[in-house]
Design a protein around this ligand. Structure first.
Ligand code: BDR
Ligand code: CA
Length: 311
């Protein structure tokens, strides 16, 4: 079983990633869920995280609130994609499970120091503020992280927050650069791959057929979420970015990636937040990232539907 911390800003696609992880206790142990400001302000992302834990039947899960703004920039949210609540679509009850008192960054540091070295994987699904803050405050944890499997970045597909920048990196590019140069093994799911995993109508039909509240709520979340991308990009469905991270832990054979150097532009006003991918090794810089490029979307949805039906 892989022990993970999910660092997240739910977000409908974050929520589906959480559900997929909770639906897979044979392979994955969720040590905690750490919320960060991103798609919505922190008070909403931590609330949404607790709503999803309860939907998954896991009110015992630990949810921590982390950083409420990026390291240096003002917070930029995405209500046009996720709605004003960050999780528009379904009508979910107010959670009864408590928010943990500890700060998310302290939880990340403490967990990495107490669990055996090399046993904990970090799964960031939002801006990298919590992770970068933990690495800066406690540099000793870097050597204890098994790996960081994250959603973020874009190169060949172009950006979704600027012509060249993907949202999670765009919101906190300085944090992203700290994480990418930390020396920790990194697996990255950029738009280049996540835009292949679309909630097309035939996939939505399969989600709708999942019995019980998890199927219904997932359908309602994704039915809201798909509208933005369909209107903007003319696709059939919206991209399930964040669930790719969890799907890869379960079924790495569904994806194809390439080991490359990736760094983040943090200075230019034109290209801030761009992930610069050295595909052909021209810089000679260390190959710090397994950069994902291809996904088997049908295989992904087979996995997702099968797992969510277990909840
Ligand atoms: C990323 O930004 C958010 O809107 C999604 O949850 C995902 O993590 C995609 O760019
Ligand atoms: Ca997210």
């Amino acid at each position: 079983r892989e022990k993970i911390i999910i660092d997240t800003d739910p977000g409908q696609d974050d929520a589906v990633a959480m559900l997929l992880a909770f639906a897979s206790p044979g392979e994955i142990e969720v040590l905690g869920v750490t919320a960060v400001a991103g798609n919505a302000p922190l008070h909403l992302t931590e609330l949404n995280a607790r709503k999803i834990c309860e939907l998954a039947g896991r009110p015992d899960a630990k949810v921590f609130a982390g950083c409420d703004r990026p390291l240096f920039l003002d917070l930029h949210t995405a209500p046009e994609v996720h709605g004003d609540t960050g999780l528009d679509g379904p009508d979910l009850p107010e959670p009864t499970m408590p928010l943990q008192e500890r700060h998310a960054v302290d939880f990340i540091i403490d967990t990495l120091r107490t669990e055996p070295a090399g046993s904990v994987t970090l799964c960031p699904l939002g801006p990298l503020t919590n992770i970068a803050t933990a690495l800066t405050r406690a540099p000793d944890i870097a050597a204890r992280i098994r790996r960081i499997v994250l959603m973020g970045g874009a190169q060949w597909e172009g950006g979704n927050s600027s012509p060249v920048a993907e949202f999670n990196i765009f919101v906190d590019p300085h944090a992203a650069q700290i994480v990418l140069t930390s020396g920790v093994e990194i697996v990255m799911f950029p738009l280049d791959v996540t835009h292949q995993v679309l909630t097309a109508q035939h996939q939505m039909d399969r989600v709708r057929a999942i019995p019980g509240p998890v199927g219904r709520v997932t359908y309602e979340m994704l039915d809201f979420y798909r509208r933005y991308d369909e209107a903007k990009y003319g696709t059939d469905g919206g991209p399930l970015h964040d669930p790719c991270v969890i799907a890869w832990l379960l079924r790495p054979d569904l994806f194809v990636g390439r080991q490359v150097n990736v760094e983040v532009e943090t200075a230019s006003t034109l290209t801030i937040g761009q992930t610069v991918v050295d595909r052909w090794g021209t810089t000679g810089r260390p190959k710090n990232v397994l950069y994902m490029l291809k996904a088997d979307a049908e295989g992904f949805f087979d996995l997702l539907v099968e797992r969510l039906a277990r909840l």
